[in-house]
Design a binder for this molecule. Sequence first.
Ligand code: AMP
Length: 209
Amino acid sequence: MRLILLGVPGSGKGTQGAILSSQWQIPHISTGEILRQAIANQTALGLKAKAYVEKSELVPDYLIFDLIRQRLTAPSTQRGWILDGFPGNLSQAQFLDQLLATLGQSYNRVFSFYVPTDVLVQRWRQRGRSDDHPELICKRIEVYQEQTAPVIQHYRQQGCLTVINGDRPVEIVTHFLQTSFSDLSLTIQQKTVNTSKRLINQEPQILSD
Ligand code: AMP
């Protein structure tokens, strides 16, 4: 399974990426999380990325390209992966298309998480991460609208985008992700079908496809 999760901070893509990664036993590759760890460990990547992450700006593409190339060619990602926060701009999306073509791979689906602004504001207040100050959040939203929105358009044009309503309980969004795109998830779904029967009746809405 190869999935791309896109969404503004607080949209729930990180939470869902972690849940599906543990259920499917495939790596959850969150560029934001990898960069925060690299900064904490003061690695070469961390030292180069620090100033950008602290300002909530995208770090330069060449740093991200190296990171993604390393991860997607590693043995641990041969069975699949979940990308979270990548691609962050159009040139990253083009890089990914080329890299996957070289590897003879493709992604199953791209999900863009939509959450109304008032709900996002509440979630940011609750998270309390160091880069969740109002100014930095505004900056990340601005960067998202300017640089990541064209990525969504790119995948929409390729016909592989699903916009998902992220303003739902976590387990409903998970269920939607598990069932919305591929027969590959059916075996996993079977294990949870008894406990999630109630949720099936409340199928989340696909905002667009
Ligand atoms: P996030 O955890 O997705 O909110 O990302 C936190 C920070 O990591 C962002 O504000 C950027 O500085 C950096 N970052 C995350 N993903 C990317 C990416 N794909 N390209 C460049 N910088 C990124």
